[in-house]
Design a protein around this ligand. Structure first.
Ligand SMILES: [Zn+2]
Length: 277
């Protein structure tokens, strides 16, 4: 495959590199640099793309001082084995990468011939603080998309690297909708101008309101559906337009509009039927 990475400057020291995902959507890797050093947030999905990303860093005569995994999912971590640096994640990532990630590797074995899981070398529980040159980066555990999801807050640049807690459409099949809502509300308290999403490039804080509304309106609707005895399969067919503005729904890739939205409905149905029984 031809490797074509999109590069977008976010601020003087922060660059978003977008790669591709087999579902036809993009995936983010973020470089935070100072002098000749770079901290990389998330690998790309295709090993050839991660190799090209590392080459890009070498071409700038820079070296990677750390790789941070925002969560365990394959499209953010399968390139770990290509890095020789320390790898930082939340403590639960290690367990999930040991137990769950091999299943994802197997299901994408066609795309990822011979790719191997490499675990984080350093983990933290609630928060940790790393620096690169003069730049301070706060890593916070904020679960929702997955139990191990973290965000990186770069206060001086007013930038948040959100991992998949913020993406084109919230996705909670591997996580928890109530926890994601409360994490998004925590993010709203930060002094942030730009949010770099795990998929979908950068966005502004206003988008989080719509994400929260999307999740809360599904919760309301599904709660009523369960009381009325409506089945999970019928709930899964509720179109996205009932929960998201027309402007957002219209521009979404089918992977979100169909597959991910349906998975969200099913997951929330299961969450609420468990809590009501
Ligand atoms: Zn993810």
């Amino acid at each position: 495959m031809a490797v074509l990475l999109q590069e977008k400057p976010i601020s003087e020291n922060i660059t978003l590199i977008s790669g591709t995902h087999p579902f036809g959507i993009d995936v983010s890797s973020i470089l935070v640099s100072s002098g000749r050093e770079v901290i990389v947030f998330d690998t790309l999905f295709y090993p050839q793309e991660t190799v090209a990303l590392i080459q890009k860093i070498k071409d700038k005569q820079m070296s990677v001082s750390a790789l941070v995994n925002t969560h365990w999912h394959i499209d953010h971590t399968i390139g770990n084995e290509l890095f020789g640096s320390r790898i930082i994640s939340q403590v639960k990532s290690g367990d999930l990468m040991r137990t769950e990630l091999p299943k994802q590797v197997k299901s994408f074995s066609g795309e990822l011939k011979g790719a191997r899981v490499k675990l984080p070398t350093e983990t933290f529980v609630q928060e940790t603080h790393i620096t690169i040159g003069e730049i301070a980066i706060d890593l916070f555990h904020l679960e929702g998309h997955t139990p191990d999801s973290i965000v990186a807050y770069i206060k001086d640049s007013q930038v948040l690297i959100a991992g998949d807690n913020v993406m084109e459409l919230p996705f909670i099949a591997y996580g928890d909708s109530a926890k994601l809502v409360s994490s998004l509300k925590e993010i709203e308290k930060l002094n942030v101008n730009q949010i770099i999403q795990g998929h979908g490039g950068a966005c502004e804080m206003e988008k989080l309101r719509e994400d929260i509304d999307y999740l809360e309106s599904i919760q309301d609707r599904v709660r009523k559906a369960i009381v009325s005895g409506i089945s999970i399969d019928d709930v899964a067919n509720l179109p996205i337009e009932g929960f998201l503005s027309e402007r957002r729904a219209k521009n979404l890739h089918p992977a979100y509009k169909e597959a991910i939205h349906k998975e969200n409905l099913r997951k929330i149905y299961k969450e609420l039927s468990e809590s009501q029984s």
